[in-house]
Design a protein. Structure first.
Lengths: 267, 351
């Protein structure tokens, strides 16, 4: 276990170095969430005027959602990097060293987590510049970062599993496209729950993306997860969502490990 | 075999002395495809051992199993004294692997690739850097060590691949088709590197489908065909078995039935003759004198000859003798596939 963690450090370093050498990737990754924030902030601004919408600063409302969504999206493509490594023979080379499969995967997860945190911090700064405030303060921001990383870990794991099982980039792209936008709009990213149709409110309750968004929003904005209620952060509700996300991330990691083992049987 | 016969015989028994690789009855099935069908392999420690065979013979599958990348369907093996099934971690610590698909990260520099590999193998940072610099120097890569590998030439990349595999000073080095797709000059350069490694005492298992490469490099070799070892020995032993010269006659039209028998009847000292389309191959004690008689015999049957060549025995002849088909034909046919069926799930097999 200890050696797995020590090894994953080297793999994480390698993955980060690989990313660092792709200036276009960095530029797009950093600009993308800014586009989301500014674009959706302007596009959906008028929803704050719908009767029943709690609060009036839309940028502040969507900032946590945009951060979680960004981590969800970029983690979804994690499998593409793994496929590239498989094709280049890099995965096979590492598999015949003493390093464990888990160490290889964890290395990639750490890389994903670092980019999620960097993106999140950029969006927070931008939102502050655009006049939003985060009454939840530093603890709120920390919760936001933790849920984003958990979310990214779960989604990246599934993306890896998909890549390992299918061996095809097209499959990863198709499946991820199929889930990304629907799950985003079946969440409270841009719209509050109480303004959704009843059936959708039920679906939203089972959407992990929404667990992350609600926890992040409640913690950063110092509001209850049920926005129509009064009071500050409901730490019980936030903790419960963190727990679900952690369980989900662990389950997804296990799925990936199984997919990796199955992949190796085909080699 | 009789003690009075001094000529070398192919060593069918396991060699004495320590074995670097001892594989018994390896079987590998990928669905309905049987890539290995009971492969036995004993490789003595030290020197270059060649695993020669056409594409699809099972060489890469053998390497995947011996390097613990894939598990055999049946059979067992020890590599550098460790069991591949029970002690894979020990095997991995003792082997270095250069696969066909390179495996070097092209967005890292040569040096970064080596240091990373050393760290994964448990070297300290200082040790890894020192060892990387030593190897980069040996491989004449010092000047380019801080450039990303993407900009390297094919030969430089191959040298990085080998240097990476040597970071942790392995006992056994696997080179899977190290020169496939390389220019002739670079191939010669690789051969020199492999020779030097073997002189340094390392055991090198080299797979190749180039007969010349096996002949040049391997102290001893095994010919693999359709998932089995068909014959093993030193190149000299194998060629020595085929007494005399090889004669290949190319006719202008496909050879009619009975040509082989007719030649054997009319040409004295002609060994086994085989017919393959327009080609007639035969072995004979003295090539030069037999040529005239063969031409006469063919002329008597009104068969026009396009060309005739006489050569000393080559590994190609050894291959033909033991598998019943010419090497280059088997190489092109490449059937059954070496590894799982081509359903797009073999991305690691980049050529």
């Amino acid at each position: 276990m200890m050696s797995t963690i020590a090894q994953s450090r080297h793999f994480a370093y390698r993955s980060l170095l690989t990313l660092w050498r792709q200036p276009w990737w960095i530029a797009v990754t950093l600009v993308q969430p800014i586009v989301w924030l500014v674009l959706f902030g302007a596009l959906f601004k008028s929803v704050t005027r719908i009767p029943g919408f709690a609060g009036d600063d839309f940028i502040q409302y969507i900032a946590p959602g945009v951060i979680v969504m960004t981590s969800f999206f970029s983690a979804g493509w994690a499998g593409m990097g793994l496929l590239n490594d498989i094709q280049e023979g890099v995965v096979a080379r590492f598999l015949v060293t003493p390093a464990t499969r888990t160490a290889q995967l964890l290395g990639k997860m750490v890389q994903g987590a670092v980019s999620v945190v960097v993106q999140a911090l950029i969006i927070i700064v931008l939102a502050l510049l655009m006049g939003a405030s985060f009454p939840g303060g530093v603890p709120g921001i920390l919760v936001l970062l933790v849920v984003s990383v958990l979310m990214a870990t779960a989604v990246a794991s599934l993306s890896f599993a998909l890549a390992l099982a299918s061996g095809k980039e097209e499959t990863v792209i198709a499946v991820m496209n199929f889930f990304m936008l629907p799950l985003t709009f079946l969440s409270t990213s841009f719209q509050q729950k109480q303004l959704m149709p009843d059936w959708m409110q039920t679906v939203v309750a089972f959407n992990p993306l929404n667990w992350a968004i609600e926890a992040a929003r409640s913690a950063t904005l110092d509001v209850p997860t049920d926005l129509t209620a009064a009071g500050g952060t409901d730490w019980g509700a936030v903790g419960l969502r963190l727990l679900w996300l952690a369980v989900l991330a662990v389950l997804c990691l296990r799925v990936t490990n199984m997919a990796f083992r199955a992949y190796q049987r085909k080699v | 075999m009789s003690l009075t016969v001094p000529s070398p015989a192919p060593s069918d028994e396991a060699p004495t002395g320590p074995l670097a690789i001892d594989a018994r009855g390896l079987v590998k099935r990928y669905g309905p495809v049987e890539a290995l069908r009971g492969l036995d392999l004993q490789v003595p420690a030290g020197g270059v051992f060649g695993l020669l065979g056409p594409n699809g013979a099972g060489k890469s599958t053998t390497v995947k199993i011996l390097t613990t990348l894939a598990a055999p369907t049946a059979g067992s093996a020890t590599v550098a004294g460790a069991d591949i099934a029970r002690e894979p971690q020990l095997v991995r610590r003792r082997i270095g692997v250069v696969s066909q698909a390179s495996g070097t990260d092209v967005s890292l520099t040569g040096r970064e690739n080596l240091v990373l590999q050393g760290r994964i193998h448990g070297l300290s940072k200082a040790e890894a850097i020192a060892r990387a610099e030593e190897l980069l120097g040996q491989m004449a890569l010092s000047a380019d060590q801080d450039r990303v590998v993407r900009g390297y030439s094919g030969g430089m990349r191959r040298r990085v691949d080998i240097a990476t595999a040597l970071m942790h000073r392995p006992e056994v080095l696997f080179l899977d088709e190290p020169t496939t797709g390389l220019d002739p000059e670079i191939r010669a350069e690789m051969w020199q590197i492999v020779r030097e490694l073997a002189e340094g005492g390392m055991t090198v298992l080299l797979t190749t489908h180039y007969l010349e490469e096996a002949d040049q490099l391997a102290g001893s070799l095994a010919i693999v065909d359709r998932g089995r070892v068909v014959v093993k020995g030193t190149p000299e032993e194998l060629k020595g078995q085929l007494r005399g010269d090889a004669i290949v006659v190319e006719l202008t039209e496909p050879a009619p039935d009975g040509v082989a028998a007719a030649l054997q009847a009319s040409v004295e000292g002609l060994g086994e003759a085989t017919v393959d389309g327009r080609l007639v191959r035969a072995r004979v004690e003295h090539g030069a004198t037999a040529t005239a008689r063969i031409l006469q015999a063919l002329e008597a049957r009104r068969l026009a000859v396009a060309s005739i060549t006489v050569s000393r025995p080559s590994l190609d002849d050894v291959y033909l003798r033991h598998t019943g088909r010419a090497f280059h034909e088997a190489d092109q046919a490449a059937d059954p596939p070496d590894g799982p069926p081509e359903d797009g799930r073999r991305p690691e097999e980049h050529r």
